[in-house]
Design a protein around this ligand. Sequence first.
Ligand SMILES: *Cc1c(COP(=O)(O)O)cnc(C)c1O
Length: 566
Amino acid sequence: MEKAVSVPLGCPIPFFTNLVVRPCHITTPQEREEVLKRTENNPFAFPASMLLVDYLSDSGSTAMIDLQWAAMFRADESYGRNHGYYALQDTVRDTFERGDNQKRLINKVIIDEPNETWKPNYDADIEGGFVNQGQRQLERPNFFITPQGRCAENILYLTIRQILDKKNPGKQLKLTIPSNGWFDTTEAHARSNGIHPVNLFAPYFSEPFPIEEVGKSNPFKGNIDLVRLEELIVKEGPENIPFVLMTITNNTGAGQPVSMENIKAAHAIARKYDLPVWFDAARYAENAFFIHKYEKGYSEKSIAEITKEMFSYCDGFTMSCKKDGLSNMGGILSFRDKGKFWEKYSTPESDVGILMKEKQILLYGNDSYGGMSGRDIMALCVGLLQAQSLQYLETRLNQIQSLCVKLHAEHVPVVLPPGGHAAFIDVNEFFDITVPGIDSSARQEKAKKEGRKWLGRDIADFHGQGLVVELIRRFGIRGCELGAYAFEWDNKNEADRKGVVNLVRLAVPRNVLSEDHITFTAKAIGQMYKDRESVPRCRVVRGQHLRLRHFQCGLEAIYEEGKRLE
Ligand SMILES: *Cc1c(COP(=O)(O)O)cnc(C)c1O
């Protein structure tokens, strides 16, 4: 196994050297303010080239490694069955099934040595895996390439709805899917197919975590609440639950990891009621690293072995390869051949994979490219394998940790311990927001004791979004609100509001930023915390009821009189 690299010094060994760099453009707060006005204060519409540091998303924003660029040069853009397709199938098996016994076929493709993509082995037949190869890939397709994660989700939720409606003609099914945390596009796909998504965050999710423990222990706050999971299955009835969804890492739950123990237990509960388990696997490698580093019994296991074990507890997964795929584009949908998911949704007349393939072709492209260019497929093959490097993962997660520790040193309330891909600012703490129905007297008391003014802001005033807008204006730093505004507090009923966390996310792009960016960011946000009365509230002025509105609606930033800083 690759050695854990940080042991001797307590810090990671550098993972990369920069061979290409891009200088930033310098703009003034006045210039940025003008553009913010023209772009309706919607950060998604703000031009990247006017920013100094961009934390909008870690999705597709990776700087690829040199070998990925080299692999792209060796791509094949044939319409049917380009060699990258076979290499990707095999890489997916390497990644999720083979543990330490990987074949790494892509390496041979890159150097053009004789390999199985020259003449695929049609006798190669494995049953019960995530990729039906050989002849089976036509009869029982179970592996699908898509342009990105949400396309895989689209195929999945459309197909489930179609099958369940057909099985229950004339019945008004009330379907519910419980999860440890729904990602926004995933939630939207479920909803638009009439499936009710429920978040079951760990009961200790909001408990404080001591800064001294950062880097030493981890409570796996991304876990699903197992008690509520079982209660919900019983209450709704297993027949109304298409599957149990585990998001690893838990993006909406502050990028927190899920423990192997929790995955295993959720799987056991699902099985008790004969339900499949599905993974939203965008950050499988980062999750595996947390298990390696913090969960008992895994420190001697490689990321590949841990990944293999994690995926032994799922019956299928969708994955955005723009994250741990270390790729700028790509998505995967895969389910276990003859597994619980396949069994539940297939009939002798109609195979669930065939129904999915129909949608893949209709929406994205023929099965061997699924909307990805041959170049993207090659880059993804290398990226999937590279993402399993301990040296890479340690450097990556250490950078997030450093950002959180530095923000904390500036008194900015951050979610601790640090998650896998982002630092999350606790907006309720930052602005002393009181949430209706939750007693805040202890927090008020604490502020008083520390000699801090209690602002007592209203959650419906979207101060988290105000913070994002003001960070762009004053410092050229772009974050992303994932809280009361993005999760539509104002459009939700009282019960659904309970699942809303109120955060601002600083998602760190992979292999892009230096420690200088991290220090600059912590200082800037520290300054904003000192000036927090100057941060505007926000109001939606266009697109209040648009689906996934935070990507597209317009906002007004309203400063308290006399408080705005130049
Ligand atoms: C990014 C992401 C998705 C959606 O993937 P895209 O590639 O952006 O379409 C789904 N789930 C999670 C957890 C994600 O982080």
